[in-house]
Write a protein that binds this ligand. Structure first.
Ligand code: ADP
Length: 400
């Protein structure tokens, strides 16, 4: 049985094969005609948006093409297509129309969950690498609050300490935290129609947080999430970067799909605490990356233990890291790093000065540097056997 998440990937890929005759050269996804795609137990619910004055024949032809291409996907049991005008959509969003609507496009996980191994792979459209970027690494987690963003930021800084040029892209659309974690409050500039990443602490940064007016949480529908992420990957000038670290939203949803469909991802790290619940969700995350054909390089156990600075005594706060080891063995992925619980880490995040910057010699910073070294080992810039040794960046000639 194919899971809904895989089906959704294939539906979006199929819709990308349908041209919108009114927008020259664009398919119906890129022309923003697809407002919503939901899959529930094989039933696909699609909402299209077209102007009221759209030629009827053209509209019917598009709807037919959508039905035909989606019905042909294995695992799809039914297809529902609803076409709305932008005004009707607005009214509905304001709650003025009681038209029944599918669930909101919040992250939807693979139905099979952790145990659903061996499902069919989603058919992904060909994705093109980001120009000028050596390696793309996604930092993910099954659930929020396990320290994913903290790990992403400190890992990026640790890679930089190892002499690599590093970019950090925060696509945690539900709570972009990069601006706070690095204490940056700037708006990105646009040059030659490309968005320029913000440079801070030697990193190149982009986050939705730099573009939002305030901190109010935003709920975006699936196709909008897809559009934003594509733009962050395609329209931001990332050239000259060795490692691009992507801070993903937690869970398994539209953002993960959009990323995997837009660019080839060289590897993913799944951050978890040793708690049972976080571990179950981490396993689900691993399964999702398998579905997306992304190589999981390893698990990072965060807040693994608390070491009392004065006595060196150890406490296990979020469960036993041995449980993570067991789970990693079962899932056949290595543990790439173990980060202790350290109040310096939290303080660094609150003050906009991550611990690897604030106290590079501390044991917890060393744990992040060890993690960076392990990552480079699993994902070197230069493939083994290539002429140059892996240590120096592909773009080392650009280094200052
Ligand atoms: P997520 O991105 O998974 O939602 P965050 O990175 O925002 O998680 O971290 C959640 C909270 O945990 C933050 O307050 C952060 O400072 C704290 N935290 C993360 N890792 C550690 C650590 N190793 N030691 C102490 N506090 C940590």
């Amino acid at each position: 049985m194919k899971d809904d998440f895989s089906i959704k990937g294939e539906v979006i890929a199929a819709l990308e094969g349908i041209d919108d005759p009114a927008s020259e050269g664009l398919n119906v996804v890129d022309s923003h005609m697809v407002e919503q795609v939901e899959v529930d137990k094989g039933v696909v619910d699609i909402v299209l948006v077209m102007e009221a004055d759209r030629d009827r024949k053209e509209r019917f032809a598009i709807e037919d093409a959508v039905y035909d291409s989606v019905e042909a996907i294995g695992g799809v049991s039914d297809v529902k297509v609803k076409t709305m005008t932008p005004k009707a959509l607005e009214r509905e969003a304001r709650g003025e129309s009681p038209t029944p609507r599918a669930k909101p496009a919040a992250p939807s996980g693979p139905q099979g969950g952790a145990g659903a191994a061996g499902q069919q792979q989603a058919t992904m459209p060909a994705s093109a690498p980001i120009e000028g970027v050596g390696r793309v690494i996604a930092v993910a987690s099954g659930k929020g609050g396990v320290g994913k963003s903290t790990v992403a930021v400190n890992l990026a800084l640790a890679l930089q300490k190892l002499d690599y040029r590093v970019g950090l892209l925060d696509i945690d659309i539900y709570g972009p935290s990069l601006p706070t974690l690095l204490g940056v409050d700037e708006r990105p500039a646009v040059s030659n129609r490309r968005i320029l990443p913000i440079e801070a602490s030697g990193l190149r940064l982009m986050s939705l947080g730099f573009l939002m007016e305030d901190d109010s949480p935003v709920i975006w529908r699936g196709p909008i999430v897809t559009g934003i992420i594509r733009q962050f990957l395609r329209d931001v000038d990332w050239s000259g970067i060795d490692y691009l670290i992507i801070d993903m939203p937690p869970g398994t949803g539209d953002a993960q799909l959009a990323m995997a469909q837009t660019i080839p991802v060289d590897g993913a790290l799944v951050v978890t605490t040793p708690s049972d619940l976080a571990l179950i969700d981490a396993a689900r995350g691993l399964q999702m990356f398998k579905t997306l054909n992304v190589d999981v390089k390893g698990i990072v156990t965060n807040m693994s233990r608390f070491i009392v600075p004065s006595s060196g005594e150890e406490f296990l706060i979020f469960g036993d890291p041995k449980e993570v080891e067991k789970e990693a063995k079962r899932l056949e992925v290595p543990i790439l790093g173990e980060i202790p619980l350290d109040t310096q880490v939290r303080r660094g995040g609150d003050e906009g000065k991550p611990v690897v910057l604030a106290d590079p010699e501390s044991p917890v910073s060393q744990a992040f540097i060890d993690l960076a070294e392990s990552l480079v080992e699993t994902t070197p810039l230069v493939e083994e056997g290539a002429e140059e040794e892996g240590k120096k960046g592909l773009f080392s000639f650009l280094k200052k």
